[in-house]
Design a protein around this ligand. Structure first.
Ligand SMILES: Cc1ncc(COP(=O)(O)O)c(C=O)c1O
Length: 514
């Protein structure tokens, strides 16, 4: 506990080193308890959260108040009623986990507060960031002259990649208005949003059909590009997903690389979720072709387990990233002896920025890369194991088997609905037809209600947290195994809670269980 002097000293802008220590120790004590009880904490208990939020909506006090009071407010009231993304039971969305080593790096970076926006201000610290970028370049199989930038997340990294593609290939010309961009209908909205924010007309973004395994359908892409050329458009960029958010599908990346090369198009890969699996043998096999992308996004706050706040964009010909972003200003320090060396402000849109490199560098230094690879291998095993178990349940369909560590399932449909859904999925014309979609959605309303009931029952014990998505009007439940804290014992809880929910909710659901 903090001594009586700490709160008083905390109320000044310049706490003494001793008071600083006491402040940190008070926080550490809270965090120690938090970590010790993490496995037992509910994983998504958000009841009453908005009422708590309202209590915190006020402005700051005129005079400071004791740290203990503030910590109690945070730990007892504000933090608990939220999705517990740090929990080993968090199998929702795309888990990150939040390596504590990286949190320590944030404290360190904040206290020493060096300026890493421009290289001459802290060359050694910028080089730490350059070194982790070089490591990432190697992980994805890029050549040595590739480089990149750490951003606040995948969306900003994607935006930076598309800015680069546009500026390098199209410059300021009006060609941007005729340029078309392609991705599968499963692509993350970070890509479609970035395209529009970068200045491409929204109607020039083509979402082509995905196949039965939710991968981009090459024939559909070829047809879309040919039709656009014939209509006078300039097919410009194709995105391949290296692990979609919906089902973890990996697009045919090598074939996409061939296609983009043939068509003279920029090849972007969204590996925000899946890219880190390149640390494993199986991941490298699944992601083959990713290394041929012109630009690539990989999120350390997903597959490298960092706390939220770190994405990475990598660009195959590193000087293109620089060419797209570099500006000069008289008040910046001269670049000095290392003119060609990595200098963050010249490679992205920010000038002042946090020292992002440290929060990836420190865990890698302390734990070593082998532990990351082993953890990711474990996630591949766990996803395969639970998928195999769910496939044995007669009441469920394994709608998407894991291609990496995401899978999706749903209550089995009656035979007529199952074939209607399959027919719809395999027919791109039907999928685009609003009337056919509305009819399918109406037919699936009742099964979808059951899926949501099933999901609520799975999550109710608060040992795991799964989230839904919708695939061609059919609601499904996803499992994403990605947290470094998720191990076999938690997947056993997941399987047990799914089984209980299945018998409670689907007991005698369908007269016709084909
Ligand atoms: C495949 C994929 N791409 C991009 C993003 C966007 O990343 P961020 O949330 O870090 O902006 C996500 C986020 O989950 C994702 O799963």
């Amino acid at each position: 506990m903090s001594s009586p002097s700490a709160p008083r000293e905390a109320a000044t802008l310049e706490p003494s080193p001793q008071a600083f220590r006491e402040l940190v120790m008070a926080v550490v004590e809270r965090l120690e308890h938090y970590l010790a009880t993490l496995a037992e904490q509910p994983v998504s208990a958000t009841a009453g959260a908005e009422a708590r939020a309202a209590r915190l909506a006020g402005g700051p006090p005129e005079e400071g108040r004791p740290l203990e009071q503030v910590l109690a407010e945070l730990f007892d009231h504000a933090i608990p009623p939220s999705f517990n993304a740090a929990s080993p039971g968090y199998l929702a969305y795309i888990p990150g986990g939040g390596l504590p080593h990286a949190a320590i790096a944030d404290l360190l970076a904040g206290v020493v507060n060096r300026y890493t926006g421009v290289r001459p201000a802290a060359p050694a610290l910028v080089e730490i960031e350059a070194a982790v970028l070089r490591w990432l370049v190697g992980v994805v199989g890029y050549p040595h002259d590739a480089t990149g930038l750490l951003t606040s997340g995948g969306s900003l990294a994607t935006w930076t990649a598309l800015v680069t593609a546009r500026r390098v290939r199209l410059g300021e010309s009006a060609r941007v208005l005729r340029a078309t961009l392609y991705a599968s209908d499963q692509v993350h909205h970070a890509v479609t949003r970035a395209a529009v924010l970068v200045g491409f007309p929204a109607e020039n973004v083509r979402l082509v059909a995905s196949d039965a395994d939710f991968r981009l359908d090459l024939a559909a892409l070829e047809a879309a590009v040919a039709a656009d050329r014939a209509a006078g458009y300039e097919p410009f960029l194709v995105t391949g997903s290296a692990g979609t958010t919906n089902t973890g599908a990996v697009d045919p990346l090598a074939a996409l690389a061939d296609f983009a090369a043939r068509e003279g198009m920029w090849f972007h890969v969204d590996a925000a979720y899946g890219g880190a699996f390149a640390l494993t043998e199986r991941g490298r096999r699944a992601l083959a072709g990713m290394e041929r992308a012109d630009s690539l996004v990989l999120d350390p706050h997903k597959g490298l387990f960092l706390p939220y706040g770190t994405g990475a964009v990598l660009v195959r010909r590193g000087e293109e990233l620089r060419r797209a972003h570099e500006v000069t200003a008289d008040y910046l320090p001269p670049s000095g002896e290392q003119e060609a060396a990595f200098d963050p402000h010249a490679y992205g849109p920010e000038l002042s920025r946090p020292w992002r490199g440290l929060r990836l560098w420190l865990p890698l230094q302390l734990v070593g890369t082998a532990a990351f690879a082993a953890a990711l291998d474990e996630k591949l095993d766990l996803a395969a194991e639970i998928a195999a178990e769910l496939a044995t349940l007669a009441e469920l369909d394994l709608v998407a088997a894991p291609q990496l560590s995401v899978l999706a399932f749903a209550p089995r449909l009656p035979a007529d609905l199952a074939s209607a859904w399959q027919r719809h999925r395999s027919n791109p014309t039907l999928r685009r037809d609003p009337t056919a979609r509305a009819e399918l959605a109406a037919a699936l309303a009742e099964p979808n209600r059951r899926t949501r009931q099933l999901l609520a029952a799975i999550n109710a014990p608060q040992r795991v947290f799964l989230t839904p998505t919708r695939l061609d009007e059919r609601d499904v439940v996803r499992i994403c195994v990605l947290s470094f804290r998720t191990h076999r014992d938690r997947l056993a809880m997941a399987a047990s809670d799914i089984r209980s929910a299945v018998s409670a909710v689907l007991g005698a659901a369908w007269p016709d269980r084909a």
